[in-house]
Design a protein around this ligand. Structure first.
Ligand code: ADP
Ligand code: MG
Length: 580
């Protein structure tokens, strides 16, 4: 090995720069944050060659006084904090004084800036960290930072970049995240001279709608709630706008885009059972909390955050999301592709902004074109906790279709109800309610039934006799290989003791869905006792099922996240028949 020596300044700077600027998108993010910290009202981002050719960020912020320019390119030079204690109450985006020197260490940077009360602009060119030239230049108030040939002197860094298309997409995401969190600032994005996005100054709801659901504000559900040491505001995409991945999930803490598995899981828990397996909610969530209760300094690019009171924060966010979702009409309205209106499926989540406008999503008021709106003019945010869903449409049953679906008429709509999914939902909620009251009642069999089991099944049952009893299964070992079934859950007319027991044993063994054994057992029990597809139903049974569904806390999906009912609007029916 060679002797130990201190690294050359320019080598050290390049290594350090890699921590902050690892790809064009992170340079863009840092420059935008500087513009926001400078109080800009309008920010333009121009990118050429996926950011390796040119990145130019122009703002109309406060500018930098000429004499401070060299300092701006010094590491750990910042105008934003002075003392170590300031780190606990950070409200600006920047605070490390590392972005400009880092970028300048790995590119040629031209800075043109003019403070508000100064007549002339100043221009500086910095290459590989060396300030080359300071000249006077005519320019409007504000700052333009041009980054040319990023990573020209760090070939290894270049090698780790993804394809130009991917890097460009990451740049677009960085701009979109900043735009989402700063609706009062206008953003413009250009790629290779072509405008790719424009977001005029606007209100938070329409900015989020533009970016999250391609401008359809009625596809968003607003959330406003309190959390420990702060508040949460969020816009949630309706369940049918879910995605096959987590690309639509945007988290902000004090307007800073962050990653937080905790917050992500809290929101997803709020959507529990509203989405099928493999679908993920899209949302923008803004946490405003006391800077002292969050640590943003755990990651060089300030991405990961930690919270003081994680447990209570999780609960508060999940509850606020749940309450807002269940307080809005979530019936899925079916529309043929190409139909006008916000629910048209397949609308691309593209980058281009529309000027979505009058949306006021900050309340729980039902919105959109839902029938439920006429029936429930007063939105009741407490719906989720009292159990009855006031927004559920009143349905007049028309009959059964294919022994599988129930047809019903609601205000101005045709409804189709999946009889199995609907009954599963009803029974599941009945089980949850009974569990809260101390247990599901058992239906005692006139003649106890013996069921032969293998030793593993016997052991499982014997190990969970109390749990099974709380769900209404009264069981008694009857010899080494036989179980005596005395009672099964009294939930519905379908009583198949042996099949129910075997299904319950499956749940105990870990089969099926649900976070824990009690939940899996509840789901298996509801699923097994529910009306099935193919069961012929009497008009009375149909009426009872619809009434029960209307009384459910979440009548819209079964616990697998599949819809229990869908609606077809009158307009849609008219379209089918080429009317009007
Ligand atoms: P930090 O943002 O952490 O302070 P930077 O290296 O990003 O560090 O910027 C250094 C300093 O340069 C900032 O503290 C600020 O005073 C100044 N600065 C950078 N960009 C701008 C801008 N767009 N407008 C006004 N001042 C800026
Ligand atoms: Mg900065």
């Amino acid at each position: 090995m060679s002797p130990i020596r201190v690294l050359d300044r320019s080598v050290a700077d390049r290594i350090a720069a890699g921590e902050v600027v690892d790809r064009p998108a992170s340079a863009v993010k840092e420059l935008i944050e500087n513009s926001l910290d400078a109080g800009a009202q309008s920010i333009t981002v121009e990118v050429e060659g996926a950011g390796l050719g040119l990145i130019r960020v122009t703002d109309d912020g406060c500018g930098i006084p000429a004499e401070e320019i060299p300092l701006a390119f010094e590491r750990f030079a910042t105008s934003k904090i002075e003392r170590l204690e300031d780190l606990d109450v950070i409200t600006s985006f920047g605070f490390r004084g590392e972005a400009l020197p880092s970028i300048a260490a790995v590119a040629r940077v031209t800075l043109t800036t003019r403070p508000r009360d100064v007549e002339t602009a100043t221009r500086a060119v910095v290459t590989a960290g060396v300030v080359e030239r300071l000249g006077v230049h005519g320019a409007p108030v504000g700052t333009t930072v041009e980054v040319v040939r990023l990573f020209f002197n760090t070939p290894a860094r270049r090698k780790f970049l993804k394809s130009p298309a991917r890097e460009q997409a990451l740049v677009a995401e960085a701009v979109q995240r900043a735009a989402m969190a700063n609706p009062a600032v206008a953003f413009r994005l250009r790629f290779d001279g072509r405008e790719s996005g424009w977001w005029p100054r606007g209100d938070p709801a329409s900015r989020v709608a533009d970016l999250l659901v391609a401008g359809a504000p009625s596809d968003l559900i607003g959330v406003a709630g309190a959390v420990p040491a702060g508040s949460v505001t969020a816009w949630l995409a309706r369940p049918e706008r879910s995605r096959p991945n987590r690309t639509g999930q945007h988290l902000f803490v004090n307007r800073r885009p962050v990653q937080s598995a905790l917050l992500r899981r809290a929101v997803e828990q709020g959507y529990a059972q509203l989405l099928p397996v493999g679908r993920f909610p899209a949302f923008a969530l803004f946490l405003e909390i006391d800077p002292a209760s969050v640590d943003v300094n755990v990651h060089p690019r300030k991405l990961e955050v930690r919270f003081r009171d994680e447990h209570r924060l999780f609960g508060a966010v999940a509850a606020a999301v749940r309450e807002a979702l269940l307080a809005s009409p979530l019936v899925r309205v079916m529309m043929s592709p190409g139909a006008p209106g916000p629910q048209a499926p397949g609308a691309p989540d593209h980058l281009l902004a529309t000027t979505a406008s009058q949306a006021l999503l900050s309340t729980h008021e039902p919105r959109g074109t839902y029938a439920a709106r006429e029936e429930a003019p007063v939105a009741n945010a407490a719906v989720a906790t009292v159990g009855a869903n006031l927004l559920f449409p009143s349905l007049r049953p028309l009959g059964q279709l294919l022994n599988t679906y129930i047809l019903a008429e609601g205000p101005d709509r045709l409804y189709l109800i999946d009889q199995h999914a609907a009954h599963e939902r009803v029974l599941y909620e009945r089980i949850i309610a009974a569990r809260r009251r101390g247990g599901v009642p058992g239906q005692t069999l006139a003649l106890p039934l013996t069921v032969d089991l293998d030793p593993a099944q016997m052991a499982l049952v014997i190990g969970h006799l109390d749990l099974l009893a709380s769900l209404g299964y009264v069981l008694e070992p009857f010899g080494a290989r036989t179980m005596l079934v005395r009672a099964v859950p009294a939930l519905s007319a379908r009583i198949e003791p042996e099949a129910m027991l075997l299904r319950a044993i499956g749940a105990l063994a870990g089969e099926g869905e649900g976070p824990d054994v009690l939940e899996r057992l509840s789901i298996a029990t509801a699923c097994h006792t529910a009306i099935r597809a193919g069961d012929r139903l009497s008009p009375e049974a149909i009426g009872a099922l619809l009434a029960d569904l209307a009384a459910a806390e979440n009548p819209y999906t079964c616990f697998h996240g599949r819809p229990t009912l869908v609606a077809v609007s009158r307009d849609e029916l008219d379209r089918w028949f080429l009317r009007g």
